[in-house]
Design a protein around this ligand. Structure first.
Ligand SMILES: *[C@@H]1O[C@H](CO)[C@@H](O)[C@H](O)[C@H]1NC(C)=O
Ligand SMILES: *[C@@H]1O[C@H](CO)[C@@H](O)[C@H](O)[C@H]1NC(C)=O
Ligand SMILES: *[C@@H]1O[C@H](CO)[C@@H](O)[C@H](O)[C@H]1NC(C)=O
Ligand SMILES: *[C@@H]1O[C@H](CO)[C@@H](O)[C@H](O)[C@H]1NC(C)=O
Ligand SMILES: *[C@@H]1O[C@H](CO)[C@@H](O)[C@H](O)[C@H]1NC(C)=O
Ligand SMILES: *[C@@H]1O[C@H](CO)[C@@H](O)[C@H](O)[C@H]1NC(C)=O
Ligand SMILES: *[C@@H]1O[C@H](CO)[C@@H](O)[C@H](O)[C@H]1NC(C)=O
Ligand SMILES: *[C@@H]1O[C@H](CO)[C@@H](O)[C@H](O)[C@H]1NC(C)=O
Ligand SMILES: *[C@@H]1O[C@H](CO)[C@@H](O)[C@H](O)[C@H]1NC(C)=O
Ligand SMILES: *[C@@H]1O[C@H](CO)[C@@H](O)[C@H](O)[C@H]1NC(C)=O
Ligand SMILES: *[C@@H]1O[C@H](CO)[C@@H](O)[C@H](O)[C@H]1NC(C)=O
Ligand SMILES: *[C@@H]1O[C@H](CO)[C@@H](O)[C@H](O)[C@H]1NC(C)=O
Length: 509
């Protein structure tokens, strides 16, 4: 009988256990006020991350809570939502999280506490003490938070703050979304606060009323509780004017802190400082909760960076901690400029050299006509140049030399440039001895133009006249006249030339 019984049990037990394999987890008891909206998110960190099915039940009922958004109690995504909560709703609620390989059953004990809200004499029945507790630190800037923890389908507006039944006014208090910032906290700021918000859901409006009991404490040293700003680090950010810039302030703070986190410029909240243009705005803070601390990200958005933003510290505040960013104009890239400059210089230099080579003569002529007048010379000389040229025996070469000496040189140098030439065979007086003519006239010339033709050595240069050679030589040695050699054709062999010519060529090229 015993073994049969055991047998039966061993068969029945697994089936019985399998009927509810879900792991049970108890949430802290929750209390809420009657006639107010209430919502609770079914969330259990390791399980809700993947693909799971979440279903809400009341008590041990097997009928799920309605998912119809019109019904007073319904499931909205992972949330259970009471619009509003009634006295008879108190009890145990369960949400079942079913994953592929897991199942969790979350138990939630919901009960009501009666809320009295200034419905008698002014300082009368205010009994919200069981609700939220927050602490403000005397002497600091702090903030109170209105806990509006509802699903996304609920929208809030018209958040108002009360203290001891009176609406809070004064410049030390600034409502900021779901927060109330309190500047320069004093001991008198402790007391019973309430925040009232209008909730809109499916076209209907409800009123959420949260009581907050505020104690003030003197700070006794900042201990380990001072918020830590991870970024910014008093750094500068290079940004071009006109661009959009978003900077995150990353803060780590203790749980349950009441520190105010914000961006300020010139000691004013950026949203106030730019309240007209809205060009610079603070983002909504985004908290990530951990076991013992909370990490916050508050961003600042510059829709368009303007010149006035540069070199101005934008401060991120978190309680007593501050850190700032400063916008800077990007530093120009020096290497790029250097390379560009060198390239440009090279291009300019190359083109100047090229242009000079192409228009060398025009440039020189232009320079002369512009700045240089031959008449102004007063050195006792009569001519600018003496033209010494050979009389070649070959007909063609003789013709070429005559053309150059008697036509081209006078045309260009004398007529166009205004120089005066002494050309042998044109300017000497008849009957003069050749040597005298050369000797005298070279002394009256500033330059000596010697024209060479490639001719067979047998006929010699310059008619091979020793007088001429001597005259040239003397002129060079005595007067140091400048010599211009013109080679009319390519000359291969200079050794056959007179020594004086070789000397000139060597010296002047
Ligand atoms: C809820 O309240 C009951 C009765 O006061 C108590 O026994 C239980 O421990 C509480 N549960 C939690 C999770 O605090
Ligand atoms: C509600 O819970 C779901 C998972 O169950 C989670 O993804 C979501 O972030 C939670 N919402 C809030 C506002 O905490
Ligand atoms: C459900 O909870 C209500 C209120 O606490 C209680 O009256 C009722 O008996 C419970 N029902 C079940 C089946 O437990
Ligand atoms: C969730 O429910 C749907 C339909 O009820 C089902 O098809 C799906 O497998 C479920 N997913 C999990 C993870 O249980
Ligand atoms: C639920 O919590 C309330 C108070 O928080 C307590 O009085 C009540 O006994 C609890 N119910 C259960 C079933 O634990
Ligand atoms: C205040 O309102 C609550 C319910 O809303 C009521 O029970 C209570 O008697 C009222 N008190 C006064 C002094 O009117
Ligand atoms: C306020 O609540 C406490 C317990 O939560 C209760 O003892 C007290 O009588 C309440 N005061 C008023 C004025 O209702
Ligand atoms: C803060 O308030 C005290 C008086 O409550 C005042 O003496 C002090 O000057 C204030 N500090 C600032 C920075 O306003
Ligand atoms: C607030 O201060 C009162 C006394 O002034 C004290 O009894 C109470 O425990 C304090 N509450 C918190 C949350 O510190
Ligand atoms: C901006 O702030 C000034 C002074 O605080 C105020 O007079 C003005 O009405 C504000 N403008 C807007 C659009 O809020
Ligand atoms: C900045 O904050 C706003 C509001 O909280 C948010 O919508 C936006 O995505 C944030 N931008 C970045 C880049 O984080
Ligand atoms: C940044 O500057 C603020 C105020 O100027 C100073 O309190 C803080 O210590 C500085 N932080 C760093 C990391 O230098």
């Amino acid at each position: 009988v015993w073994s049969l019984l055991l047998c039966g049990l061993s068969i029945a037990l697994p089936a019985f256990v399998r009927a509810d394999v879900c792991k049970v987890i108890s949430m802290p008891n929750e209390t809420t006020s009657v006639d107010g909206p209430f919502a609770f998110n079914c969330t259990y960190p390791p399980l809700t991350s993947g693909e799971v099915n979440i279903t809400w039940y009341k008590n041990s009922s097997r009928i799920p809570i309605s998912k119809h958004s019109e019904s007073r109690i319904h499931q909205d995504q992972t949330w259970i939502l009471f619009l509003p909560f009634a006295l008879e709703d108190t009890g145990i609620y369960q949400c079942v999280i079913e994953g592929r390989n897991s199942c969790h059953r979350i138990h939630l004990n919901l009960s009501v506490h009666k809320k009295y809200w200034c419905n008698g004499s002014r300082n009368g029945l205010l009994n919200l003490s069981e609700e939220y507790k927050q602490i403000l630190h005397v002497g600091d800037d702090g903030s109170l938070t209105c806990h509006l923890i509802f699903p996304e389908s609920c929208v809030f507006d018209l958040i108002k703050w009360y203290k001891d039944c009176e609406e809070i006014k004064g410049e030390r208090f600034t409502p900021l979304r779901a927060m109330l910032t309190v500047n320069n906290v004093s001991v008198e700021d402790g007391g019973n606060y309430a925040c009232k918000a209008r909730l809109k859901h499916m076209g209907k409006t409800y009123t959420v009323l949260n009581g907050i009991t505020v104690n003030t404490t003197e700070r006794t040293g900042y201990g380990g509780n001072i918020p830590k700003i991870i970024y910014p680090k008093n750094n500068s950010i290079e940004v071009l004017p006109g661009s959009t810039l978003i900077v995150d302030c990353k803060i780590i703070d203790m749980r349950d802190n009441t520190n105010l986190r914000c961006w300020k410029v010139r000691n004013t909240l950026v949203n106030d400082y730019y309240n007209e243009s809205g060009r610079v705005r603070e983002g909504i803070e985004d908290p990530v909760r951990f076991r013992e601390h909370i990490s916050y990200t508050v961003n600042i958005t510059f829709l368009e960076v303007k010149m006035e933003d540069y070199d101005l510290p934008f401060m991120c505040h978190a309680g007593v901690s501050t850190a700032y960013i400063i916008l800077k104009l990007p530093v120009p890239d020096f290497r790029a400029y250097l390379i560009g400059g060198l390239l440009a210089l090279t291009v300019v230099a190359v083109s100047v050299v090229w242009l000079y080579n192409v228009f060398k003569i025009d440039v020189v002529l232009w320079y002369r006509s512009a700045f240089y007048s031959p008449e102004t010379m007063e050195d006792g000389k009569l001519y600018d140049a003496y033209v010494l040229y050979p009389k070649p025996h070959q007909e063609s070469q003789s013709h070429a030399v005559d053309t150059l000496v008697l036509k081209i040189l006078p045309e260009v140098l004398e007529r166009q440039c205004g120089y005066k030439l002494f050309i042998f065979g044109r300017d000497e007086f008849p009957g003069q001895a050749v040597a005298d003519v050369i000797y005298e006239n070279t002394r009256l010339c500033r330059r000596l133009i010697v024209i060479l033709v490639p001719e067979s050595p047998g006929f010699g240069l310059l008619k091979n006249m020793s007088e001429e050679q001597i005259a040239v030589y003397n002129a060079l040695i005595q007067d140091g006249i400048k010599v211009i050699l013109i080679e009319l054709g390519k000359i291969d062999n200079y050794t056959a030339m007179p020594e004086s010519i070789q000397y000139i060529r060597q010296k002047h090229g």
